[in-house]
Write a protein that binds this ligand. Structure first.
Ligand code: 2P0
Length: 350
């Protein structure tokens, strides 16, 4: 072992902060879904989407420049990333390096707090945290809007996790210019009256999915006869939901979210070959949500590219809703989330 003089054993603080940064971001759940790209390279969506950023399961990511290293080194919860996961992170860092005019590789340490096998996607919080940490480590000096655009290039839904509470990801303009499209496609906060919302997440199946959302949305756009009608109605859903949010009308917000999600699943079921994420237990939870409504509780379901069901309700009703869906979720875990903060840098003290 090399002897280190005590004075040099601890790296000077300035050196540590100059080429490294740590960021935290939370997942978001779309109430108006992002389903389909019009440009796969730039991650431009077919339609705008609207989400709620959650206050649970944050991802914390540290990016440290590694002068002289030949390649990026990435760990997820301490386990080295390889293959496609490593390639995606490295490709994203290439974009950051291109903008920063840097050739330096990085060491990326990502910690996800989603319980193992919770069956909840972490690409939104993951790429939002990575975008914020990498932009800072490479000295890009981006504001939240620029960071949202950047996060979009890692995973579309990550663009929304830059903002807390309700956020809309704009599809962006189509003028024929890539630059104008890129600049205009980012998320922004959505004004809302106080809805006191909660999302009750019923984990129906925690296993990995057969078809990735990226593949499934591409297949849906390419082959589903129901895709265009859903995309058109999704634009209307967005407009109506924004005014429901403004007047604090949780029942309307919930109704629109539920029909938008069911419609998205219908587009996939009609794809060729069909993509079916819903499991028998998903339908049992949907039945429980209907029963809650019959009992006078405002509860509305939404589902993403998987069998788990998220139920929008009032915070005050969340425990009751959780109890009802727990019975229906056939042994799966149930989590209660509220509105959470946007992605942010952590100072060195954490
Ligand atoms: C959403 N989903 O709006 C929709 C609803 C899943 C269903 O965004 O290809 O992982 O990385 O841009 O963001 C999941 O898609 O896809 C997603 P890419 P992403 O939340």
């Amino acid at each position: 072992m090399l002897y280190e003089h005590p004075a040099t054993a601890v790296r000077p603080r300035e050196q540590d902060t100059a080429g490294g940064a740590t960021a935290v971001a939370h997942p978001n759940i779309a109430l108006i879904k992002y389903w389909g790209k019009r440009d796969e390279r730039l991650f431009l969506p077919r339609t705008p989407s609207l989400s709620l950023t959650l206050d649970i399961f944050p991802t914390t990511t540290r990016v440290e420049l590694a002068p002289g290293a030949g390649q990026d080194e990435v760990t997820f919860n301490g386990v080295p990333a390889t293959g496609e996961a490593l390639r995606r992170i490295s490709a994203f860092l290439d974009l950051v390096r291109e903008r920063a005019g840097s050739g330096e590789r990085a060491v990326v340490d990502t910690r996800n707090t989603v319980p193992t096998g919770a069956g909840l996607a972490s690409s939104a919080s993951g790429f939002a945290a990575l975008a914020v940490a990498a932009a800072s480590a490479y000295g890009l000096g981006y504001d939240a809007t620029a960071l949202s655009r950047l996060a979009r290039r890692g995973s579309g839904s990550a663009s929304r996790s830059l903002f807390g509470g309700f956020a809309q990801w704009n599809a962006g303009v189509d003028t024929g210019s890539d630059e104008e499209a890129d600049l205009s496609s980012h998320a922004e906060p959505v004004p809302a009256a106080d809805l006191d919302p909660a999302l009750v997440i019923a984990v129906v199946n925690a296993g990995p999915k057969d078809v990735s959302s990226r593949t499934a949305m591409r297949r849906t756009v390419d082959t589903s006869p129901l895709y265009e009608p859903w995309a058109a109605s999704s634009l209307d859903d967005l407009t109506v939901m924004r005014s429901a949010l403004l007047r604090g009308d949780l029942a309307s917000v919930g109704e629109i979210a539920e029909r938008n999600a069911l419609g998205m699943h219908a587009t996939m079921l009609a794809a060729r070959p069909a993509v079916r994420y819903l499991a028998p237990a998903s339908l049992t939870v949907l039945d429980a949500v209907l029963q809650l409504r019959r009992d006078g509780v405002l509860a509305y379901a939404t589902m993403d590219a998987g069998p788990n069901v998220k139920v929008l309700c009032r915070r005050a009703d969340a425990e009751q809703v959780a109890e009802a869906v727990r019975a229906a979720a056939q042994g799966g875990a149930v989590h209660i989330a509220g509105p959470g903060p946007g992605a942010r840098l952590l100072d060195e003290a954490g």
